[in-house]
Design a binder for this molecule. Structure first.
Ligand code: SAM
Length: 189
């Protein structure tokens, strides 16, 4: 029998909800552990997520959240936002917003920003601008590329290149599974 690393109950609850509701865009467990580690790195920080979805990424971020940290997440699909709001209702450190990702702006600057729904593609410069000095940006769902500049489906992946080469960031790309990668970028002080 293969042993599995323990997964927080809030994560498995969100995964069950995603499966039951047909939501297929939740982050992987590998990305989730990266999110938990980044949240834990900023125990007094503001941790933000755009695109709550079924709350899987939120639950991973929450699992690493320090006692003095805060977590704010936004989702434009109101039923999804409501479910996440219910799931974290007992924790005053967590705020779930229903609406466009720009509702996050008043909560910036962010010490951790998992930009996963809104912002990443439509306003990358604004995403960078919301980071605190030393703030960590996580972007997942890339396809590993052996080339430089990175390519996706034969074309230069301009979005990935933007984040990997932005002058305000020091950034790297990490494999989260054999077929998927994430960009992890830190805003220079
Ligand atoms: C990839 S899924 C999020 C998965 C989730 N972060 C996780 O890790 O489990 C993207 C979500 O972003 C939401 N979204 C897309 N554009 C948005 C926007 N402009 N503002 C707020 N939410 C948005 C979608 O409705 C969808 O639920």
């Amino acid at each position: 029998m293969t042993r599995q690393r323990p997964v927080p109950e809030t994560v498995t609850a969100a995964e069950r909800f995603a499966a039951a509701s047909g939501f297929t865009k939740s982050c992987s467990r590998e990305v989730g552990r990266l999110l938990a580690a980044t949240a834990a790195a900023k125990p007094h920080g503001v941790v933000a997520e755009s695109g709550t979805g079924a709350g899987v990424g939120t639950a991973w971020l929450h699992s690493g959240l320090g006692p003095a940290a805060r977590l704010v997440t936004v989702e434009r699909d109101t039923p999804l936002a409501t479910r996440a709001d219910d799931a974290f209702a007992d924790d005053p450190r967590v705020r779930v917003l229903a609406g466009d990702w720009r509702l996050l702006v008043p909560y910036a600057p962010f010490d951790v920003f998992f930009c996963d729904g809104g912002g990443k593609r439509d306003d990358p410069e604004a995403v960078v601008g919301l980071l605190a000095p030393g703030g960590i940006l996580v972007l997942d769902d890339f396809t590993p590329s052996a080339d430089w500049p990175p390519r996706f489906q034969g074309e230069v992946d301009e979005l990935r290149l933007f984040y990997l080469t932005h002058p305000a960031l020091t950034a790297t790309e990490v494999l989260t599974s054999p077929g998927a990668s994430a960009v992890v970028a830190v805003r220079m002080a």
